[in-house]
Design a protein around this ligand. Sequence first.
Ligand SMILES: [Zn+2]
Length: 333
Amino acid sequence: MRAKNRPLIAHFALLVAAFGQLQPASASAAVSAEAIAADPLQAADRKLASVTLPLLRQNARLCRIFAPATGLVLHSRDQYTNPTFERFHGDSVLAIAAVAPGSPAEAAGLRTGMSVLSIGDTGPEQWRDANVTPLRDAAYASLFAQSRDSLLVVSDGAAARTVQLRAPLGCRALVEVTTESGLAARADGRVIQVSYGLVSGATEAELAVIVAHELAHQILEHRRRLDLAGVRKGFFGQFGGNLAANRMAEEEADRLSVHLLANAGFDPDIAPRFWRTGMGVSLGSGLFRNRAYRSPDDRAAFLDREIDRYLGNGAGPTYPGHLLIRRDGPIIY
Ligand SMILES: [Zn+2]
């Protein structure tokens, strides 16, 4: 289930997780407590963007749909139940939630907290007209349509200025932090979501393993292929042919993930190592995933074999044609 919006209630759960006992005594205290809660979420957005950027940029060759790999994380006012929560200047509807360190966005002078007034020749009016929620999605569509070079008008709350953002093309994926405090990661074919609990609790290497696995699902077009095969999600995914197909998709994603990691400059061995840790085992034991692998050790051993066979030197570049060719066929199980 997607959590497009970041509901206020979840923010309070997050607040308690981050700061322990914060009991706002009045309405105005509640507002300032909300403002404090923005910071851990911003840090999580930045951390996830930082890990994601090399995965998207350095695996472009493996993808079929592209977007400039900017390192820019946008958020819109309509993602929040209470618009006073985040720092949206004045009546601006779109702002920068995070900028990945060392990214093209950072080099262009873009900073967290800036309002985005226009992207190319589109602004709030066009984004609203697109009739998608959150509005951020329409803004990203504008950014993605600009190819490698785009002009943004931004404001830090005072003067507006035009910024030229140049970025190489990478894989197209929206990657975002949800406010869930538990451990969760999912990909619906378009958006990759990682829970706040996971982003804040994992090391950058562990987070790279998680994002690489979800990105692998997207690159291998699993949602489309599973739908085509009539495979059921959720509870019924645990049984019979559904289980076998879901298991195959998980195995394909795991195998591709080590190639994505190697291309992005990570040691692919971090994947089998992570899936043996407590966090990895816990994350891998979702509704049907607990049956998608016989044991965490089997899963890790499976990854070790992929690395031994195709990534003997432990580094990229690698072009895993043996896995990518499966995109054009059905899920075979
Ligand atoms: Zn998976």
